[in-house]
Write a protein that binds this ligand. Structure first.
Ligand code: MN
Length: 485
C-alpha cells in the first residue's frame, strides 16, 4: 500500500504576497512529510492552489495518475472557493478535508495581523467546506493538529478506505457456479455491482477448472505440501486426501491468474463435477493469500472479502457465517462447512479429514482451529434491496471459546453482538442482513461506513448506540429516500 500516493493540496490565493506563499508552501511540505511517516500509503505535497487554472491542472494530474488514490486538502489561508469549482467538478478520486493548522497553539504574546493573514485555517476551512457541501461531493472531514495522535489515526483509516476504494475498482470474481438454487440473499444485480462498486463477476464452467486440476504435477503438489507443513499441523494420516486439496489450490490460483487476475472465487458444494472433494483447505489457504471467497455462489461476499482483506493487510478478515446461538450466554458460533480463513486462528490450525454429510463427495481435508478474541470487530453484509445495494455493518466482540468443542470439525469464531444479543440480532434481521458476512478484527466500522459512502450505497450501522425502534424508523426513512432517487 505504501507504493500508492495521496497528494496533499493546499488552498491559498495570491492576495497575501510572495513571502506568505513561500511560507505556505514550506509549511505544507513539512506537514505532508510528517504525516507521511504515519500513513499506510505515501502522502506527498503536490502544490499550493492559488487560481482556478492551477486547481484544474492539479486535479487532472491526480486523475491521470494511476498510482494516486486521492487527495488531502487543507487551507493554510483563506482560499476563495469559486476558484475550486471547475477542479472539483473534474475530481474522480476521494478527498479528505483535513481541518488542521501549522501551529498548534496561538502565539499569544506576539500575535499580530501578519500572523493572522498567514495563518487562517479556521477561516479558509469554512469557505472550502461550503463549496464541497454545495456541490454534494462525498468527502471526509478530519479535525485536529497534524501531529495529534487521534487525527493521525483517523487519517490512517481514511487512507486505508481510499486504498480499498481503488482496489475495489479492480476486483474480479471468478464463479465456478451460479448461486445456490432457491437461496434469495446471495442473488444480486451484477451489472449494478460492476458499475457502482467496480466488481466484475464472471462465470466459468467447473469443467474448465478440472482441466487445470488434471494438469497439476506431483512436484508442484510436493512443494505446496511443504508449505502446509510449515504453517499447519498435520493431524491426519490420509495424505492423499490432503494432496488432493493442494492440487485444487494450485489449479484455482493458476486459473485465476491465467484468466486475467481474478481475486474473488465462488464455488458451490452442489456443482463439483470432476472434483471428488469440496475445496476446503484449498480455499482456506487461498484466503490467507488474499483471495476473497464466497460459498454457495455468493459473489458479493467474495468481492467484499477481497476488498476488506486487502484493507486489513491479510489479517483477521474473511468469510463468516452466523451459524448457531448460545442463547443462554448471548453468543453466536460462526463457522462454515469448511472454508473459514486461517486469518481467524487463535490456535495453530490442524489439517484434518472428516466426512462432510452434504454434497455426496469424498471426505474433504480442512483446517480446524479455535477463533481469535478481539474486543472490537465487525461483521459486514452486502444485500441487494432491488433498487440499491445495502451495506450492513455490525459491531461485534469476538470472544474466546467458553468451552472446548472437541467434536467440531471446522474453524470458527464466537462473538457477542452490539448493542446486546437481543437487539443486535433483531436489528440485523430487520435490516435483511445475510447469513454470509465478512468479519474483520482489523478493518473498523468507521472505515466501512466511509467506504460505503464513497461507493454510494445505502449504509446501515448496528452498534452500541442502536435503539431498536429508532433503528426501524431509520430503515423506513432510508427506504423512502432511496425510492425517490
Ligand atoms: Mn453458507
Amino acid at each position: 500500500m505504501k507504493e500508492k500516493i495521496i497528494y496533499w493540496l493546499t488552498g491559498s490565493q495570491t492576495l497575501y504576497g510572495d513571502d506568505v506563499l513561500k511560507h505556505v508552501a514550506e509549511h505544507s511540505e513539512a506537514m505532508a512529510n510528517y504525516v507521511n511517516k504515519f500513513m499506510p500509503v505515501t502522502v506527498k505535497y503536490l502544490t499550493t492552489c492559488k487560481s482556478s487554472d492551477e486547481i484544474v491542472a492539479a486535479v487532472k494530474k491526480v486523475n491521470a495518475d494511476d498510482n494516486c488514490l486521492g487527495i488531502i486538502t487543507w487551507c493554510h489561508t483563506f482560499s476563495p472557493a469559486k476558484m475550486w469549482i471547475n477542479g472539483l467538478k473534474l475530481l474522480q478520486k476521494p478527498m479528505c478535508h483535513f481541518a488542521t493548522q501549522y501551529n498548534e497553539k496561538l502565539p499569544y504574546d506576539t500575535i499580530d495581523m501578519d500572523f493572522m493573514n498567514e495563518n487562517q485555517s479556521a477561516h479558509g476551512d469554512r469557505e472550502f467546506g461550503y463549496i464541497v457541501a454545495r456541490m454534494r461531493i462525498d468527502n471526509k472531514v478530519i479535525v485536529g493538529h497534524y501531529t495529534d495522535e487521534r487525527a493521525l489515526k483517523e487519517l490512517y483509516s481514511w487512507c486505508r478506505v481510499a486504498a480499498g476504494l481503488a482496489f475495489s475498482k479492480t476486483v474480479k470474481v471468478c464463479r465456478f457456479s451460479d448461486n445456490m438454487r432457491d437461496v434469495a440473499v446471495t442473488e444480486g444485480d451484477k451489472i449494478d455491482a460492476h458499475e457502482n462498486l467496480g466488481w466484475q463477476v464472471d462465470y466459468y464452467p467447473i469443467g474448465d477448472l478440472v482441466e487445470y486440476i488434471n494438469a497439476v504435477s506431483e512436484k508442484e503438489i510436493d512443494a505446496l505440501m511443504k508449505e502446509y507443513a510449515k504453517k499447519y499441523t498435520m493431524a491426519t494420516d490420509r495424505e492423499s486426501v490432503v494432496r488432493e486439496q493442494a492440487k485444487y489450490e494450485i489449479a484455482i490460483q493458476r486459473f485465476c491468474e491465467d484468466k486475467g487476475g481474478y481475486i474473488g472465487i465462488v464455488d458451490h458444494f452442489g456443482t463439483l463435477h470432476g472434483l471428488n472433494q469440496l475445496p476446503g483447505l484449498a480455499i482456506q489457504d487461498l484466503q490467507s493469500k488474499g483471495y476473497g471467497f464466497g460459498a454457495e455462489g455468493d459473489w458479493k461476499i467474495a468481492a467484499l472479502g477481497a476488498v476488506m482483506q486487502y484493507m486489513a493487510d491479510q489479517k483477521g478478515t474473511g468469510l463468516m457465517e452466523d451459524y448457531t446461538y448460545d442463547m443462554k450466554d448471548g453468543l453466536c458460533l460462526g463457522a462454515h462447512m469448511l472454508e473459514v480463513s486461517p486469518q481467524f486462528a487463535a490456535t495453530k490450525p490442524e489439517i484434518r479429514v472428516h466426512p462432510l454429510g452434504i454434497g455426496g463427495k469424498s471426505d474433504p481435508a480442512r483446517l480446524v482451529f479455535e477463533g481469535i478474541a478481539a474486543p472490537e470487530a465487525i461483521a459486514v453484509s452486502m444485500v441487494d434491496m432491488g433498487n440499491r445495494m445495502r451495506l450492513i455493518i455490525q459491531k461485534i466482540e469476538l470472544v474466546e471459546y467458553p468451552h472446548k468443542m472437541p467434536e467440531l470439525p471446522v474453524g470458527g469464531l464466537m462473538w457477542k453482538y452490539k448493542p446486546n444479543f437481543k437487539d443486535g440480532v433483531a436489528a440485523w434481521i430487520y435490516a435483511g442482513g445475510a447469513h454470509h458476512t465478512v468479519v474483520s478484527s482489523v478493518v473498523t466500522a468507521q472505515e466501512m461506513i466511509d467506504l460505503g459512502n464513497a461507493w454510494g450505497v445505502e449504509v446501515v450501522v448496528i452498534d452500541e448506540n442502536t435503539e431498536l425502534n429508532e433503528f426501524k424508523q431509520k430503515l423506513a426513512w432510508a427506504d423512502r429516500i432511496w425510492k425517490m432517487r
